[in-house]
Design a protein around this ligand. Structure first.
Ligand code: FAD
Length: 466
């Protein structure tokens, strides 16, 4: 297995538990089972690690380049993300229309992933990843101000802002306990680390698969500047939306679709300032960054809601983000020998409609912000309403860090993998991570990546149908 991120840790756990022998190769470091040896910036859910990052850059729109964070450590992006535990809406998964992927078939798997405290029957109950909803008492002031403002603006309060299909505002469920970010290495690998079938090779970067015809025979890795060949019967690639297509490309498994179909949720950020006399906590550098979300409708799609509007606090700054959750635009990465060239191409082609959706979202955010005391937007365009216009949106564009889709799964011959995650043109290579998502759902992608891992680990135990 290549990659020990959100998907990879789930796949490894499933395979080892069912009696397989697994070598798990991860480019980043491993600090062992959860303990004080883990760096604070990984474990403390209020912090974000810049030390464990691949250092990618991405072009969001033409000429607008930004850092594209991707973790390089056991647990992958689940080890540095915001812990928002959101299942994708079932209808979005059904919309993929892929055999074996109807929500009725895959939903039982959520109980093998999540163990939620309370909440609706749409949460998992018996999995190793513990989640809970933020309570009123645990919300930072900036988050509470936003909820109150949204309710005053007429939005419905929700107990779990990720459940059901109704629009409204409420707290996220979060995969943390006592401030500790529960990444997938803690949840899924710790219980199986000592099993005889499990070998973890950290600080080991897979360079390429060695192919003999349509069969991979080894993965060639670099470990402390030494080349290592690991032989296996089957190779499961969980290196993420950038790592997986890069590895296939370096292995000579290059189809026309490889790297195309990249999607993320486009958005904009509005900056706020605490007014004189406001609580000091609004200037804190140590608050939880993201705890609540407003699901609202842009009116540009047939979904009951297609926007995430959320308050965010980081490095002493206050923001409201507006994200369009049903984007039409698609970008691409160009794999190569070094770093990938990542281009999201937001608002190009049919994606131009995404601009209108974000404009509608900014208008809703203005309504909410106008009912929030103690703070003031720093950008005059926002207060004057010109922020709803395409020009402002283009120049303030950001992304939600939910990159997917570079190794598209499908039944058509042009797709990179089939619905069992098998790479076309290679009989014993599977991909099981966010890169295979055929269309990004209206949700954050951490639980989705785990669901993909759980689904395909179970598939990989079945004999090949080729
Ligand atoms: C900053 C940030 C915040 C986010 N916040 C949230 C959130 O709050 N909620 C949510 O639902 N989603 C969130 N996401 C998205 C979510 O975390 C990702 O979609 C998800 O973790 C992707 O899982 P994955 O298994 O596909 O890839 P990853 O988790 O990225 O795992 C890939 C792993 O493969 C390793 N790897 C890559 N190439 C190689 C190689 N050649 N050899 C060996 N190892 C390799 C990497 O080091 C990494 O550990 C966030 C993402 C980011 C970046």
């Amino acid at each position: 297995m290549i990659g020990a991120g959100s998907s990879g840790c789930v796949v490894a756990s499933e395979l080892v538990r069912s009696g397989h022998r697994v070598a798990l190769v991860e480019a980043g470091p491993d600090y062992g089972p959860y303990s004080r040896r883990w760096p604070r910036d990984i474990v403390d859910a209020r912090r974000r690690s810049a030390r464990h990052d691949w250092g990618f850059e991405a072009e969001l729109t033409r000429g607008h380049v930004t850092d594209e964070q991707r973790a390089r450590v056991m647990g992958g992006c689940s080890a540095h993300n915001e812990c928002a535990a959101v299942w994708p809406p079932r209808e979005d998964i059904d919309g993929w229309a892929l055999p074996g992927w109807s929500s009725a078939e895959i939903w039982p798997l959520i109980h093998r992933i999540e163990s939620a405290r309370g909440g609706s029957d749409e949460r998992g109950r018996s999995g190793p990843l513990r989640t809970l909803a933020w309570t009123d008492r645990s919300l930072a002031t900036w988050q509470s101000l936003f909820i109150d403002g949204a309710i005053r603006a007429g939005h419905l309060p929700l107990a779990d802002a990720a459940a059901g299909s109704a629009p409204g505002v409420g707290p996220f469920y979060a995969n943390l306990r006592a401030g500790v970010r529960l990444n997938t290495a803690f949840a899924f690998l710790d219980p199986i680390r000592k099993r005889s079938g499990m070998a973890i090779l950290a600080r080991t970067e897979a360079r390429r698969l060695e192919m003999r015809g349509d069969r991979a025979v080894a993965v060639i890795c670099s470990h402390r500047r030494t080349e290592v060949a690991i032989r296996a019967d089957r190779f499961i690639v969980c290196a993420g939306t950038y790592g997986s297509p890069m590895l296939l490309h370096r292995s000579g498994l290059r189809s026309h679709s490889l790297g195309r179909g990249l999607q993320d949720h486009p958005g904009v950020a509005v900056t706020f300032r605490a007014q004189r006399g406001a609580p000091q906590e609004l200037r804190s550098r140590n608050a939880y960054r993201s705890q609540v979300v407003l699901r609202a409708s842009s009116g540009t799609t047939s979904y009951p809601w297609d926007l995430h509007i959320l308050p965010y606090q980081a490095e002493g700054e206050l923001y409201i983000f507006v994200f369009f959750m049903a984007p039409r635009s698609r970008g691409a990465i160009r794999p190569g020998p070094g770093r990938p060239r990542i281009k999201f191409r937001f608002f190009e082609d049919e994606g131009r409609e995404d601009l209108d959706a974000l404009g509608a979202g900014v208008a809703i955010a203005r309504e909410v912000a106008s009912r929030m005391p103690l703070v003031q937007a720093t950008d005059r365009a926002f207060t004057r309403a010109t922020a709803t216009q395409p020009r402002w949106i283009r120049s303030n564009v950001t992304n939600y860090a939910h990159a997917t889709g570079t190794c598209r799964m499908g039944t058509d011959g042009a797709s990179v993998v089939d619905p069992d995650g098998r790479v076309r043109g290679a009989v014993n290579v599977q991909i099981a991570d966010a890169s295979i998502v055929p269309r990004i759902p209206r949700a954050n992608t951490n639980l989705l990546s785990m669901l993909i891992g759980m689904r395909l680990a179970n598939r990989s135990r079945e004999p090949s149908r080729r």
